[in-house]
Design a protein around this ligand. Sequence first.
Ligand SMILES: [Zn+2]
Length: 315
Amino acid sequence: MQYRNFGLVNTIEPLKSALRGGFAIPAFNAYNMETITAIISAARLTHSPVIIAISESALKYMGADMLIGMISGAKITPNERIALHLDHGSSVESCMRAIDIGFSSVMLDFSKYDFDDNMTATSDIAKYAHARDVSVESELGQLSGIEDENTHNTKSTYTDPESVAEFVKHTKTDSLAVAIGTSHGAYKRKSPDEKLRFDILQQIQEQIPYTPLVLHGASSIPEFLVNEINEFGGNIKNAMGITPEQLIFAATKTNICKINIDSDLRLATTAAIRKYLSQHPENINPREYLSAGHDMVRNTCIFLIREIFHSNDKI
Ligand SMILES: [Zn+2]
């Protein structure tokens, strides 16, 4: 089923306007009805384009039919500029399946394989995707950290600026995820002084100035959410995200056009539900505590859209 039937847009369309306009498109990870509706509400309330990112494990959790049923039920229209993206596709086949069920872009993550294998597989999926008016994200360099069972990596290597031009030209990838010091999960830095390598980013964008770049593992891990989780029975220690200043710089002053946010929304859901249950110990109605989680995710998305991405009022 083609994505335009659900009112979605090809992901490259908002990414190109972000490249021209000095802002970035949020890619928020979703995994159930509450996160999908929270992300869409935030986009509608702020007039921001948005990418709903679905990992392979989230797709398995929901089931393809249920996901597409929810997207269809959201009554999205093309002028809302909402895209549906497969995050960290692990094989060409997995990306093809996602395209066939209605995704408007896919990421093929072959970053852990050698350069030539990454190039060959990315070229293959790009041919398949472009024939169906779908766009492709790929990755060079490696991020460390754990996002889910598909993205568990202990090694990290920065993207080599010398290799990006050949890769983009050969594969025809629409966007490129770069490794400049971000990582997956809630533990992104060992010390507050650790900085992203904007010097490497600068060299990359000199080589491929027309390619929208993507930052993974870029949650800011807001302290008030971590504190709230711990205050209401959680146990999160030493969590540290990317500083808002660096994210704002990436979003507004560089060719980073898509920034992926997953951990911040996990924290928002967990904090709100823990707080609600702790303050209402007599309540057994899941609709009420799931609503608390939904509202906190929506509010976190709105905050990030306005304060980090600067993608509000762009539609
Ligand atoms: Zn990622």
